[in-house]
Every structure is written in structure tokens, then in C-alpha cells.
Ligand binder design. Structure first.
Ligand code: DAH
Length: 340
């Protein structure tokens, strides 16, 4: 009797497993046959009352039925799982070589854009473009520019000193020195780059900003040459007439020295934070190269002369794009930077 029941259970359950269409159906059939209250459990309930030989014979049969069913169940389950995985892989397949949706195009920083334009302009005028090191020697940054250790001009700039005669350059003027020593006269060069000053940061001051140094050395260079190049530069950059004024200015490395101011393009001279409410922006200090500076780089001032200028590139970018807070330029806010 029990034997027949066990054989029937094996047959029926194997058939149910074969017919199962899904993992759920398979699971249902397994529970029905092998679960704690399943058919097998019912059949074995009375095993204890059987005589011993009978019990061991049927026990073996029971084990074989159980093994068969469990084995078939595992095989079928694996099949379903593999089919399921294959289906998911085909549906959820991603082509990683496709472009991402709505890629945001990058753009150059406004200061970098302006620097590129200035480099192009001066290259077309026969100027070499030099990039000196940001970590400079005290000699290049000060001494060779006629700013000796005892000179009060040394205090005009707040320097980040690095020790061992090194510092973060406070201006791009040391590249003049490198230019004179490497290129030899006659020469025309510009030097765009980052400079550093130990400044309190506010709307118009940064500890890190950009300048473009310029220098021309030849046999008969005069203030007229200087003014010509400065006007060419400014009209090219602003693509319109700008009002300028020239004031005497003092810098140890030029004589005579000038401050070239332009009328503030943000407020048109009415006064705003950028021009410190004066209507004018100091943009272009310049002058004729001091004979000492030539001498200190091994150039004979009786034979050669030249002009030099130090353009405030960061300030120029602010003027051109109407940016009234210098802190935005290095703030790293893409919503701001993407506008240019
Ligand atoms: N190096 C000066 C500064 O950063 C700017 C400067 C003034 C540069 C006059 C020059 C110059 O070449 O002739 O304050």
C-alpha cells in the first residue's frame, strides 16, 4: 500500500515538475509533495507503526523518492533561473559606447579665452610668448628688476615666501628677466600667467590672479611705440573705442613709468565696486625699461632701450564680461562659468 503511494507520488510529482511553466508553479508542486505538511510527510506519518524489516525496506524507497524529487526540482529550478537571467541580460543590455544623453559641452574659462586672444594678437605682431615658473627666485622677482632688498618697493607687494630664496611670483615681470637673458635683443615678448599675493580677498582682490607681461627691446624704442601697442591691444580686446588716460606711475623697473587707466566699462564712469567708485580702472602699468634692469640682464643701455607693460588680465576679463566680483572667477561654480 505505502509502496504504491510512494511510487505514485514520485510519478505525479515528476510530471508536475515537468509541466511547471514558472518558478512559482515549480515551487508550489514541491511544497505539495515535499513540504512539511505535504504528501510525503502524510505517507511517512505511520512509518513508526510498521514492523522493522518493512520499515527499513520502505525507508530506502522513501529516500530514493525524496532524492529523485529533490534532484529534479533543483535541476528544473536552475533552468528557470538561467532563463530568467538570460532574459534580463537581453532586456537590460546597455551600449556603453553610446553618447550620454544631453552631454553638456565644456568651455574655456573666461580668463583663458582672453589670454588666448591676447597671445594670438601679440604673436601676429611678432612677439614671442613665454611662460615663466610660478615658483620664482627672489633674484628674478625682485633684484633683477631693480628692486633691491632694502628698497621700499619690496613692501609694495605682499609676498608668499617659500624659503631658500624662493617665492610665489608676485607679478609676471620676472619673465622679462628670463626673456632678456634667453632671447637677447632685439626682442619682443609677452608672458601671460598666474601670480600670487598675500591679499585679503574681497570683490576686487584675490590672492591668485592673472597678468600678461609685455616687453619690447630694440634700438630706438620710445613712448610713442608703447602707446601704439597699448592702443592696438585695447581696441582689439574690447572691439570698440575705450577712453584711456595716462598718469605718471612709479615702478622701480621703468623710467619714466605710467599708469594707463581706462574708463570703467561696467558703470561707464558712474562709479561701481570694480572701479572703487572712481569711474576709472587701473589696467595697464607700463613704462620705458630702466637702464639698471637692462644692465642686470647683461644688456647695454647705451645701445638698447625698450618698453614694458604689465596687464591685469583678470581685471580685463572682468571689464570685458561685466563681472563685478573677482571671487566668482575661481569659485568653481559651473552655473557661472558656463555663461562664457
Ligand atoms: N609688475 C607690476 C605689478 O604687478 C606691473 C608692471 C608695471 C609691469 C609696470 C610692467 C611695468 O612691466 O612696466 O604691479
Amino acid at each position: 500500500m505505502l509502496e504504491a503511494k510512494l511510487e505514485e507520488l514520485r510519478r505525479a510529482t515528476l510530471a508536475a515538475f515537468t509541466d511547471a511553466f514558472s518558478l512559482e508553479e515549480l515551487e508550489e508542486s514541491r511544497i505539495e509533495a515535499l513540504g512539511r505538511k505535504g504528501t510525503l510527510a502524510q505517507i511517512t506519518k505511520d512509518f513508526g507503526k510498521l514492523p522493522p524489516e518493512e520499515r527499513s525496506r520502505l525507508g530506502k524507497l522513501l529516500n530514493s523518492v525524496k532524492q529523485d524529487l529533490e534532484g529534479e526540482y533543483e535541476r528544473k529550478k536552475l533552468q528557470f533561473e538561467q532563463a530568467d537571467l538570460a532574459e534580463r541580460l537581453s532586456k537590460e543590455w546597455i551600449d556603453v559606447t553610446l553618447p550620454a544623453p544631453n552631454p553638456r559641452p565644456g568651455n574655456l574659462h573666461p580668463v583663458t579665452q582672453l589670454q588666448g586672444e591676447i597671445e594670438d594678437l601679440f604673436t601676429s605682431l611678432g612677439f614671442a610668448v613665454l611662460y615663466g615658473p610660478e615658483v620664482e627666485t627672489e633674484e628674478h622677482n625682485f633684484d633683477a628688476l631693480n628692486i633691491p632688498a632694502t628698497h621700499p618697493a619690496r613692501d609694495m607687494q605682499d609676498t608668499f615666501w617659500l624659503g631658500d630664496g624662493l617665492l610665489l611670483r608676485t607679478h609676471t615681470s620676472p619673465v622679462q628677466v628670463r626673456g632678456m637673458r634667453e632671447l637677447r635683443p632685439p626682442l619682443r615678448m609677452i608672458a601671460p600667467g598666474r601670480v600670487f599675493r598675500n591679499e585679503e580677498v574681497d570683490a576686487s582682490h584675490e590672492h591668485t590672479f592673472y597678468q600678461v607681461e609685455g616687453m619690447m627691446i630694440d634700438r630706438d624704442v620710445s613712448v610713442a611705440n608703447l602707446i601704439y601697442f597699448m592702443k592696438t591691444l585695447l581696441s582689439d580686446i574690447f572691439k570698440r573705442e575705450v577712453t584711456v588716460r595716462l598718469r605718471p606711475g612709479y615702478f622701480p623697473f621703468v623710467e619714466p613709468g605710467f599708469e594707463l587707466d581706462i574708463r570703467c566699462l561696467i558703470c561707464n564712469g558712474d562709479g561701481c565696486p570694480v572701479c572703487k567708485h572712481s569711474g576709472w580702472v587701473e589696467l595697464l602699468p607700463c613704462g620705458l625699461v630702466h637702464p639698471n634692469v637692462l644692465r642686470l640682464s647683461g644688456i647695454d643701455p647705451d645701445e638698447w632701450g625698450g618698453f614694458a607693460f604689465g596687464l591685469g588680465l583678470t581685471r580685463l576679463a572682468m571689464m570685458r564680461y561685466g563681472i563685478d566680483d573677482i571671487r566668482q572667477l575661481q569659485g568653481g561654480d559651473l552655473r557661472f562659468l558656463c555663461q562664457f
